[in-house]
Design a protein around this ligand. Structure first.
Ligand code: MN
Length: 228
């Protein structure tokens, strides 16, 4: 049967050194997955396991796109993150098999309306208005695991206007990539096209109109996102 109107465009990401696109299914994000960031947000990383929230796939914007300063906020934060892209789905995936599900990796920024997120936390309400707003998910091209190998370490950093603000290493992840995939697959049926933003190291902070965010992960290139 025909649709009553044209279906929305399939969200997708570019793949480095390829003329094919990666079609995006869901966007999962891990909260507080670096100990130093958990501490800066006022939590004890030894007592709190990481947790998950989602962004909508149509909030992704590519490297070089402009991030429009969103409404209803005066405190928009950057969170540089390693993004894992899956090409195989499943549920209850073992830690040992989890890396078989990984297609590749990318550099992402989990943009956050921190003031709205803070209000929602206080009231025990969901985080969508702080996390899943329009264009809240900058993400660079995906680097295929067949080229990079399995990522276990490497510098992750973000500068604002050429000033370093976040500088960590993905070997500091509290839950590493296979553990994150395994745990998440116990809560959701993972599918080809799923992305996982794996959490951010310390140093998160606010941006304003006119700033330029510039970040990278060793081996996965860099992204530049101006704030307009
Ligand atoms: Mn985050």
């Amino acid at each position: 049967m025909a649709y009553v109107f044209d279906p929305p465009a399939q969200p997708s990401l570019k793949i480095q050194d390829s003329d094919k696109l990666f079609p995006v299914h869901r966007v999962y994000c891990v909260g507080r997955n670096y100990a130093d960031h958990a501490r800066e947000m006022g939590h004890d990383p030894d007592r709190e396991p990481p947790f998950f929230f989602q962004k909508n796939p149509d909030t992704l914007i590519p490297d070089g796109a402009t991030f429009p300063y969103p409404g209803k906020t005066s405190d928009v934060h950057f969170e540089i993150e390693l993004v894992v892209a899956l090409h195989k789905g499943g549920s209850d995936i073992s830690v040992e098999n989890a890396n078989e599900h990984v297609f590749g990796y990318a550099v992402g920024i989990d943009m956050t309306r921190r003031d709205l997120q803070g209000e929602m936390k206080k009231m025990g309400r969901p985080w969508e208005i702080g996390k899943a707003f329009e264009k809240s998910a900058p993400c660079g091209p995906i680097f295929e695991k067949s080229a990079t190998g399995e990522l276990t370490h490497g510098r992750i950093w973000l500068k604002v206007n050429d000033e370093i603000r976040q500088d960590g290493d993905i070997n500091q992840l509290i839950w590493n990539i296979p553990e994150t995939i395994s745990y998440l697959s116990g809560l959701f049926d993972l599918a080809p096209g799923d992305l996982i933003y794996t959490g951010t190291p310390a140093g998160v902070g606010a941006v304003n109109r006119g700033d330029v965010m510039h970040g990278g992960v060793d081996g996965l290139g860099e992204i530049r996102i101006p704030v307009e």
